[in-house]
Design a protein around this ligand. Structure first.
Ligand SMILES: [Zn+2]
Ligand SMILES: [Zn+2]
Length: 281
């Protein structure tokens, strides 16, 4: 019988943009037989986020709980969130890890600020989840979810996309992250801008840096819900197998119904691609 991964390290609560409370997510995890779970709410801090060309669309969505411009200001909230997870982990009969899905930004000073922030946080792991593209200096960012309709206005789109993959590489080089989320998230923009066969070299470069830095990668069933395919696509899964990068199945659940969803399909996909090196804390 197929053995299916019975834990998830990438999911969200209503601390960021999830629909359910931490308690509801934990209850569901126990109900579906998870042995452990990591909570990885968003940590997205960029000094110029409000000047982003995608901000008008972005600001309506969870602006106060997801998108932030100042590390120091949001620290107390994040500290309380970590405490809450530790408390519930003690009460419930399931091991909980405290994680965060962190967008990596590249402007001068950002990494030092992140490290200072993390030094004051009782957390276990970070997921590199990158939802933005940026200019070379990293001081202008554009959210991929909010780009539909404005792609024509971005003159240097290929450069912005290349920098998006560049940020993933730098996140791996930082040594702060456990695994990379949705490497080809950008496929959301549609096949005419970034289909599975475009930017393949950029993705492979990212994989090589993951391997060099012993960082893992996820296969995400969220792709099935968004673009009817896994993140990453088949071609990249073959490369992951070849490079022996440790892989974890993620649901990127934003509500209880998404927790553990399509894990059996993901297991079969990993088997199909001969991916045997798996990530478990
Ligand atoms: Zn994400
Ligand atoms: Zn996520």
């Amino acid at each position: 019988m197929l053995k299916v991964q019975n834990f998830s390290y990438h999911n969200h609560t209503n601390f960021s943009d999830g629909k359910c409370s931490l308690k509801e997510m934990v209850e569901q995890a126990k109900k579906i037989g998870f042995c452990e779970m990591g909570i990885s709410d968003h940590l997205i801090v960029h000094k110029n986020i409000e000047q982003s060309p995608s901000w008008p669309k972005l600001s309506g969505r969870y602006a106060s709980t997801v998108y932030r411009k100042d590390f120091k200001k949001c620290l107390p909230e994040f500290q309380r969130h970590c405490e809450e997870i530790r408390k519930i982990s003690k009460q419930e009969k399931i091991k909980l890890y405290v994680g965060f899905e962190v967008d990596f930004f590249t402007y001068e000073g950002w990494l030092e600020e992140l490290k200072e922030f993390l030094s004051q946080l009782d957390y276990d792991y970070l997921v590199s989840g990158n939802h933005f593209m940026s200019n070379e200096k990293g001081d202008t960012i554009i959210n991929i979810d909010c780009i539909k309709g404005i792609t024509d206005t971005i003159k240097d789109l290929p450069e912005y996309i290349a920098n998006h993959f560049g940020a993933m590489k730098k996140s791996a080089e930082s040594g702060l992250y456990s695994f990379l989320a949705h490497i080809d998230y950008i496929r959301k923009l549609g096949d005419n801008i970034c289909g599975p066969h475009q930017y393949v070299e950029n993705k492979i470069e990212v994989l090589k840096v993951l391997q060099e830095n012993n960082m893992g990668i996820e296969i995400s069933t969220k792709g099935l819900r968004k673009i009817n395919d896994f993140y990453p696509c088949s071609e990249i899964l073959d490369k992951i197998a070849e490079l022996g990068i440790k892989t974890v199945i993620s649901d990127d659940a934003h509500n209880i119904d998404e927790l553990g969803s399509d894990f059996e399909k993901a297991e079969k996909e990993l088997t199909k691609h001969n991916i045997t090196h798996r990530l478990k804390f």
